[in-house]
Design a protein around this ligand. Structure first.
Ligand SMILES: C[S@@+](CC[C@H](N)C(=O)[O-])C[C@H]1O[C@@H](n2cnc3c(N)ncnc32)[C@H](O)[C@@H]1O
Length: 247
């Protein structure tokens, strides 16, 4: 499968310090997080659930998480963890490489009802070398060792596009969908939910296209405040569960 992603120019630490991730906290990006959380709230109606947020960044997911959720966020960026700890002093954050942390959890036989990889496909790197980690291996490990029997693996991928033919909305959406479906299939996960969530302001971009996709719903109340508006226009959410659970 062709890799259309541009080369990274900045380390994660530099990206945080240059404010590159603050757009994740803006309201127009809410759908990136609300859709999977609604899924979990529905799936765990009878009891609260635990959630491991791998590469939690600035903790944008937490804004939408129920307070009774037992949350752990892990990120190798000291800046990110400091930021999250100041913002959410009652939540648990760990500053560590996620792969190292996952292995520790497995040794302790600690499991979670939900493991979230949000914005981590193509963004899971070694902090020192900036080399990309094997995300297939991480997904497999989470399904085999970290996610409880009735738990879920949630993969969320921001979907942006531009004028280059490889970056058109259709090409990228289809490419990302195939990529993640293949990853989950290889890991023998049952895909229990899959959806594209639109973000506020998508209509402006769609309006510039020749073909309007059938899933597109017009948003008449667009109001931009963030300078990062348009960084992501939509995100795919994939929810898989360990193979031993059906449906
Ligand atoms: C694009 S940001 C996504 C942030 C957050 N998950 C969100 O979507 O709101 C990627 C994050 O993953 C972290 N990260 C990347 N590789 C990592 C690794 N090997 N271990 C821990 N954190 C990692 C980065 O520091 C950064 O905060």
């Amino acid at each position: 499968m062709e890799d259309n992603n541009p080369q990274r120019k900045m380390s994660e630490e530099e990206r945080f310090q240059s404010d590159s991730y603050s757009y994740l906290e803006q309201p127009e990006n809410a759908t990136r997080y609300t859709l999977p959380i609604h899924f979990l709230e529905d799936a765990f109606k009878e009891r609260s659930f635990s959630l491991l947020d791998l590469g939690c960044g600035n903790g944008a997911l937490l804004k939408y998480l129920p307070s009774q959720c037992d949350y752990v966020g892990v990120d190798h960026s000291e800046y990110a963890i400091q930021y999250c700890s100041n913002l959410y002093p009652k939540r648990t954050f760990v500053c560590e490489d996620l792969w190292v942390f996952l292995r520790k959890l497995a040794t302790e036989n600690k499991k979670f009802d939900a493991v979230v990889l949000c914005g981590m496909i193509y963004h899971t790197v070694d902090k020192e070398s900036q080399q990309r980690k094997n995300e297939q291996e991480i997904i497999q490990f989470c399904l085999d060792k970290i996610i409880s029997d009735k738990g879920y693996l949630i993969i969320i991928i921001g979907l942006n596009y531009g004028n280059h033919p490889n970056h058109s909305l259709f090409v990228r959406a289809e490419w990302l969908q195939k990529l993640v479906e293949k990853m989950l299939e290889t890991a023998k996960a049952n895909i229990v939910y899959e959806n594209l969530c639109l973000q506020i302001g998508l209509e402006k971009k769609i309006a510039q296209q020749k073909v309007i996709p059938e899933w597109f719903v017009q948003d008449a109340s667009t109001d931009y405040s963030s300078k990062f508006v348009g960084t992501y226009w939509a995100s795919w959410t994939f929810i898989g569960s360990p193979a031993c659970v059906t449906g």
